[in-house]
Design a protein around this ligand. Sequence first.
Ligand code: G
Ligand code: MN
Length: 395
Amino acid sequence: MVSMGDEADLVKSRGRLLLVEDEEPLRRAVQRILERAGYEVVTAGNGREAQRWLEDTSTLDTIVSDIRMPEMGGIELLRAVRAHDLDLPVLLVTAAPDVASAIEAIDLGAYKYIPKPVDPDRLCEYVQRAVTLRRMARLKREGLALLGQSNLQAADRAGLEASFGRVLDTLWMAYQPIISAVDGAVFGYEALLRASEPALPHPGAILDAAERLGRLQDLGRAVRTASAAPVAEVPGTVLFVNLHPYDLVDDALFAPSSALAKIAANVVLEITERSTIDAIPDVRDRVARLRRLGFRLAVDDLGAGYAGLASFATLEPELIKLDMSLVRDIDSNPVKRRVVEKMTALAHDLGVLVVAEGVETIAERDVVVAIGVDLLQGYLFAKPGRPFPVVRWPT
Ligand code: G
Ligand code: MN
């Protein structure tokens, strides 16, 4: 919470920024823009000079840094920041990010790229959002502390690393059946991440930790290997595996010798519509390579409230999975019903199969079946469990 003393400070400043830029005229210009927008700005001429501000990052709300600088560049600075502060937003300014530094920056949780020449309005907009994020992260930590929750250790890197290590050690996959809407026969199973680590109690928290620690690749590889194991023992079983967009830049995903690639003809890779994949370098080429290995693709969480159908156009999926928010109460909500009808018709025009996720009631099932959805998944038929839960078809 903001104490009274801080409130007085807030009137003076909208936030405290560290600006790191080696070209002095540009540094001055950007500083002026930010100060006019109401921020307090401290500056450094390169990453090394910036380091003295990192001893206590709690006084900073956001870093704005150039990438290419003498002595110590922006990516190295970002790495130094992440060594002890997991949520200080870092905005990177660059003329042209190359693929390698872009990947590393994503890995280290860079907040955004700002292209040069710097557009003042865009800069201020990004900075404002970053500062807000920083304050939200602070409030969340303080709130958790007040509640005495163990997630508090997510605030410090060592604690989070230990928790994440225990996740990798105890990781297992639950499987949830995906069944035919026509006769309830099993079509396949979605593998869902589970672990016994109290500090990271659900898949969202685990993914968040992996992202903050730059360990998404390790998590993705562990998930894919674990997912494939029981399925490979029952030949012909169709497996649905969730990919994080970041997995698409991991070469291991494209290795024909991987456990998953060996059963690729029976694997559907789910990629969520919630985050954009268009930032991934050569994404279309990567998708084509997955197809050549034999994988099918699904857009997950379709209609989850995020804009556009960007990943649909990029992936040209064989299947779409309608988000459970569209399925919930569809029997009493004509708008959802029309949306699902339209999406299903569109998908069928394109030869795409439609899965309805999160079906919980008989009434919901009956409506999506009447609409002509192809496949069903949800607690009504089976909860996720160890391989392989039995399906119910209640009447
Ligand atoms: O993002 P994705 O669609 O892959 O997430 C699937 C999640 O939804 C899993 O965590 C799974 O446990 C959960 N889930 C599966 N079926 C149902 C359901 O019928 N109702 C609800 N509320 N959650 C479900
Ligand atoms: Mn999914």
